[in-house]
Design a binder for this molecule. Structure first.
Ligand code: SAH
Length: 307
């Protein structure tokens, strides 16, 4: 699976590029794309430039011309949530354009006129992987999930921060994420935005931004690196917390030293739908590749593992 990695500025892609080692370079629409490997995974890296239009164009090119199947944005942002400190990391649950404003026509703040959708959901599995990757960072660094706002504005006022927090219940604000999210959603490509706080989007933002961008960018990159390094388990067990058969399956796999990923269907509709796609209504469902076994059935599980 090829993964697209986007940053808006040099600082945001520098470490990634360095870690990729040898790359193939190509230029499209004035943007340079670096194809290569990161942590053994095929990736295409680019610097989109600042703002939503740049972000949208590069995302579409990554999808069309480089056939990426997932997109990760790594970069810095201004904190909106009062609990967030400079250096903390926000992994997007969803994102929207805070500067999309057709309220005089009766549309909601942020709503794209005549469109039912204007809030873009990040892929739950990528979010989970980013949060897990965050646990591998220095314990001092806080990693939270939340809403990310994007606008073609560098936000640097306490009043604006208070308004954005009140209007959108957001965690942070930046200038690209929602464009990446929208383009990915329009193409059915999973995405996640990982942002480390370079400033608090207040009166000191312009000073803090310059001072902390390098450190903050480094932190988001570390998450991306750990996300890619995390071994993807070959076997997935769709389950719920208190189901006896689910626990039997997990125990059975553990005894055989099989690495597996647990997906609690109560926490994600997407995972519930994945189970349904295999033609099952309940759990446990154990999946390897395209094959699935329902329930705790050791001989069938044995055959699944051999497949
Ligand atoms: N490189 C230019 C412009 C940076 S614009 C300079 O040095 O001045 C700010 C970039 O950081 C954008 O890519 C945006 O996504 C992010 N960002 C960080 N803090 C922000 C804030 N308070 N408001 C908006 N974007 C912010």
């Amino acid at each position: 699976m090829r993964i697209g990695i986007i940053g808006a500025m040099d600082e945001e892609i520098a470490l990634c590029k360095e870690a990729m080692g040898e790359v193939t370079t190509s230029v499209k629409a004035g943007i340079t794309y670096y194809s290569g490997q990161l942590e053994g995974k095929p990736v295409v890296l680019c610097k989109s430039g600042v703002g939503k239009v740049n972000a949208a164009v590069t995302t579409q090119i990554l999808i069309d011309q480089f056939q990426v199947e997932q997109v990760i944005f790594t970069g810095v942002a201004g904190a909106i949530h009062p609990d967030l400190q400079i250096g903390d990391i926000v992994v997007s649950t969803d994102c929207l354009q805070h500067d999309m404003d057709a309220t005089p026509l009766g549309f909601a703040p942020g709503q794209i006129p005549f469109s039912e959708q204007w809030i873009w959901q990040a892929d739950p599995q990528l979010v989970k992987r980013a949060v897990e990757a965050g646990r591998k960072l220095d314990g001092e660094i806080r990693v939270v999930t939340g809403r990310i706002l994007s606008g073609d504005q560098f936000v640097a006022s306490r009043e604006k921060v208070a308004k954005l927090h009140e209007q959108f219940a957001a965690h942070c604000t930046e200038m690209e994420g929602a464009a990446v999210g929208q383009v990915c959603a329009m193409n059915g490509i999973p995405f996640v935005i990982v942002r480390s706080m370079s400033d608090k989007a207040d009166g000191s933002a312009h000073v803090n931004f310059v001072e902390f961008t390098k450190l903050a960018a480094q932190r988001s990159f570390e998450i991306v690196r750990h996300m890619l390094a995390a071994e993807e388990a070959e076997v997935i067990v769709y389950s719920t917390k208190n189901c006896i058969d689910c626990n039997m399956v997990k125990q059975w796999l553990t005894e055989r030293g099989v690495k597996f990923e647990v997906r609690d269907v109560m926490t994600s509709r997407a995972w519930q739908e994945e189970v349904e796609r295999f033609g099952f209504m309940g759990v446990p469902v154990t999946v390897k590749g395209e094959k699935a076994v329902k329930g705790f059935q050791p001989s069938e599980l044995e055959r699944l593992l051999e497949s």
